[in-house]
Design a protein around this ligand. Structure first.
Ligand code: FPP
Length: 253
């Protein structure tokens, strides 16, 4: 079984894809939104536990207003078009990011989809919308300080205060479009993620490339002694703890 359970995707390259075809940038986003549906379908088929997609970053507000408005419209269209499929496939949907100040109609569609799928037990599908990784961490730290000012924060406290703690650490982050950055995406959750950068622009990304990347990264991990990365990580944390204890006690290592 693959050790890749949570995949995060930065869907980049829409604008360049459109420009290359002498079309406006928004055309790339429109084509890209169709690919979002395809990849959700593929993630569901292969039995991923979680899929998190970066649909709108806090930095994206600086884009031309028509482009921002297109991205909002595409989110709404997706929620309307995919509603039945998401429900019947037992997909649990959530948006992470600062959504409370978004237009009323967008927020109510998001809330409706979240509540209709809250009992679902299948793929945990997350859209990061008006999202920033640093802001997510700061929000968690501030909320902890307000509620428990007299205690030091632990890793598990911080984990539990993330927007969607149940999706856990990211195992694999894929970025399309050829750039090699993580752009303020899931900074806390990506601490041990495998990173995969493909030159394919998002509108050309396909289910088959997605599945091949997961297969390729699973193999890359299997080469490291037949243990999955999470097991390896836990073993090495345990070993480090044992060494530290022995060292402190003066045991000859
Ligand atoms: C980056 O491409 C992509 C985005 C800022 C938005 C991604 C959004 C979608 C794929 C469509 C939204 C759909 C749904 C269903 C929410 P870019 O424009 O920065 O590309 P460039 O680097 O070529 O300029």
């Amino acid at each position: 079984m693959s050790s890749i359970k949570h995949v995060a995707i930065i869907m980049d390259g829409n604008g360049r894809w459109a420009n290359k075809r002498f079309r406006p940038r928004i055309w790339g986003h429109v084509r890209g939104s169709g690919v979002v549906s395809d990849i959700v379908k593929a993630a569901d088929e292969i039995g991923l536990k979680a899929l998190t997609m970066y649909a709108f970053s806090t930095e994206n507000w600086s884009r031309p207003i028509e482009e921002v408005s297109t991205l909002f419209k595409l989110l709404k269209k997706f929620l309307i078009k995919e509603k039945q499929r998401i429900i019947s496939n037992n997909i649990k949907f959530k948006v992470i990011g600062e959504i409370q100040n978004l237009p009323y109609e967008t927020v109510s569609l998001i809330k409706e989809m979240e509540s209709l799928t809250q009992e679902a037990t299948g793929l945990q599908l997350t859209f990061a919308f008006n999202y920033g990784g640093r802001a997510e961490i700061l929000r968690a730290v501030n909320s902890f300080q307000m509620s428990q000012p007299n205690r030091l924060m632990t890793e598990s406290d911080l984990n539990n205060l993330m927007y969607r703690p149940e999706t856990g650490d990211v195992d694999l982050m894929i970025r399309t479009g050829g750039e090699q950055r993580i752009s303020n995406f899931l900074l806390w959750q990506m601490a041990y993620a495998e990173l995969y950068f493909t030159p394919t622009k998002w509108p050309d990304f396909s289910q088959s490339e997605f599945k091949k990347i997961i297969e390729h990264v699973s193999c890359r991990e299997r080469r490291f002694g037949n243990v999955c990365s999470q097991d390896a990580l836990e073993q090495s944390i345990e070993k480090a703890e044992n060494n530290k204890t022995a060292f402190v006690k003066g045991v000859n290592l």
